[in-house]
Design a protein. Structure first.
Lengths: 140, 140, 140, 140
């Protein structure tokens, strides 16, 4: 199964007064991992948007194992957990400098028309993405 | 079951170029609902922190039903979904101006010592919170 | 001179590991004050955007006098510092619970077409805003 | 004069519904540039914090020349604009992919004790930082 691993340097702004990365920021790191994963497949998410299509999140599940602190590096690993031609579920694992798992999770996405938020089929509208996603999942 | 309903005015900063509230911000809105719920019970989260205790999130589940846009108002309703003396799971429902459900979700929390992140029992360390949480859940 | 005063409740997410509100967030609070000020004049910024016009910031100056902490309330006071028909400079003063000044600043704005970012005259395109801004500045 | 240039990849979360990077985020990018500049000098800001010292912002001035959009890369260049042993003013210039200037600005900082926010002299408390800052400014 294809995976992408991207390094993230903790921003001071991302910490809270608990002295750790504020939990909502991990969804932003998932987004960074997802973008890098898509680029690894040879695509650019912003090109999809130029075609009038956006990809909102349907649901998100996040499991916080241990905190990440400022001064540490983090690594987000991203893969396709599930894909059916309409919905894509990405899986994520964030590790710290020591290789310990800090956060895991998934986000499920559809694609819709930007103006109406009406659903669109990835398979039919972006057949090359469809093929790459199918390959990345290991189903070809 | 006790519930708190808090109005949230969308901030321009919370939107993204999709023209809707960026999805990670709903976790921040959950935090606003949770804080208001706790205050409704007669407590202040920052007083817990003054006692050297913080309350990190263990997991979060978010379901995005429909987008919220700038210029709209949102309402976050919060309740205790589950509580066992150690872990508290809060439930959330965010609605828009028209009363339509936009986002639902849960977050599970423990309390830990701020310096060591060692777990602490809410029941033993904060018996008055424990009592209020038990009552709010409808188990007394 | 017309002024608007809006209460802001500090969000946990807005703190950083210094234990105070992260400095960039005050620009977001300025935006909240500015929006409330405009609504006090009888307008809605999002209606301007519906007409294909956006209002980017040209410059911002922020003076941090003392930190604001979680558990405190803040108040942002907003007024028009300068207005010439094209550019509007808003002034801001953020105070804490005790009435002490925490942050002051200004932001200067123009209005532009959303698609091209070409400048537009507020005076000519939105004469009712122009009149209200002129009045709010005390020049009529 | 010593300068550091750091690449920043625009995050989707950093955009707003104007379709560009939300203006307050440039202060976060300044922070990223500042951190990289300090590391170039051989120091780590988080080590200063481990010694019980934090470095709040005294004032910030930001000039927005042209917007940066998602899908573009940005570069933040950072240098010491002024330093007197107590206060450090950093200068910043953010450019886009084409080398055009998008944002410029300065932030002035002091260092204070984390628990009391009482000012501390960088020259006396961190003589090696003092020397490096003096050198970086070109005054040796």
């Amino acid at each position: 199964m294809k995976k992408n691993k991207t390094q993230i340097k903790v921003r001071y702004q991302e910490t809270d007064q608990m002295g750790v990365v504020y939990h909502a920021n991990y969804l932003i790191w998932f987004e960074i991992g997802r973008t890098a994963f898509i680029e690894d497949l040879g695509f650019q998410y912003h090109e999809m948007e130029s075609a009038g299509i956006v990809s909102p999140v349907v649901d998100a599940h996040v499991y916080f194992k241990q905190p990440i602190r400022y001064g540490q590096n983090a690594y987000v690993e991203t893969w396709i957990e599930n894909y059916d031609g309409l919905r894509t579920t990405y899986g994520y694992e964030i590790t710290n400098d020591l290789g310990n798992i800090a956060v895991t999770g998934t986000t499920k996405h559809v694609i819709v028309k930007k103006d109406s938020f009406r659903p669109v089929s990835l398979r039919r509208s972006f057949p090359d993405w469809h093929q790459a996603y199918t390959n990345a999942l290991g189903e070809d």
